[in-house]
Design a protein around this ligand. Sequence first.
Ligand code: PMV
Length: 369
Amino acid sequence: MEAASYIPKNQNPKLGETAFWQAPSNIALVKYWGKYEPQIPANPSLSFTLSHCKTKTKVTLQEKAPHLGSQVAESQNGTSEFSFDFKFEGTAKPDFHPKIKAFFNRVHSYLPFLSEYHFSIESENSFPHSSGIASSASAMAALSLCLLDLSGEFPEKGDSFYGKASFLARLGSGSASRSIQGPLMQWGNTPSIEASSDITALKYEEIHEVFRSYQDSILLVDKGAKVVSSTVGHGLMENHPYAAARFAQAHSQIALLAKALKSGDLPSFIHIVEQEALTLHAMMLSSSPYFILMKPHTLSIIEKVWAFRKETSVPLCFTLDAGANVHLLYPEQQREVVVQFIENELVAHCENEQYICDSVGTGSSPVFE
Ligand code: PMV
């Protein structure tokens, strides 16, 4: 698909209507790191969609003017084109307005009604505040789903609806394109996956049963704000001495991972996933300026995971985001033994002994009140 094919011929928004959607977070197995305008990934990625960590967003379509909310948005954003108000967990959050405005600007040609109405947006997360878990993926996915639903372009919520929602979400935050469906999503053109695309993520279907109920326990090592925003992080790949090799590696990792996902080959899965996590951090360690996003506790957890796996042969592995938290990935069957291991040996490395047990999920859904 070309981006131009997402420009609608016909949209049918209705004043007073409300759309209410929830979208989950996701954790990349093959990491997206590096991008070009407009949000085109420098390399392909593949992720597990999560289940419990999610954002719920409600958007109501109102008359554009004269509306008090629109005046607030106008005076603070210095724009008269878009009109919206935004509440997060019940509180007005004007500091989010520039992000929403930038997103509206990016998707305007695909949702022309954005400049015609006032949008009242309310959002909440199921995961704790400042847990260091990226919320932009679930937030941008939920907002995109609401806006597309309100546009009235797709009375049926089928593949075309979810495809365009992923396309829109990508323009908000790259990884958000992968938060629409599940249990696995692939984004970024790559020769080994026929329908792969740089502009929209696809539900990745060819997987062994074991991966449909995979677990992700997120160990909250550092709940502070990210040291490096993902925008800055992607930018660091521009003049990175190892960029070309990294981008090429991601293509081969996807091809190898596809085989392991199909056959249920856990040793290969573990090898690829851990190598990807460490490569992402290696890119940050070797960029200019350079960063260390892991904390001493991150390394202690990794060492304990390796020792535990060697001792018990439990197929437990880790992955990392662009931060210090550790995601532990394992088959559902091993839940009891892994949770025991976390309780006995790993909670001591978590801030306030906090961790979140999540699992792979099927993606976004409408919320019925
Ligand atoms: O979607 P962004 O711009 O926040 O980037 C996400 C980057 C990583 O989380 C580090 C990797 C990924 O593929 O999700």
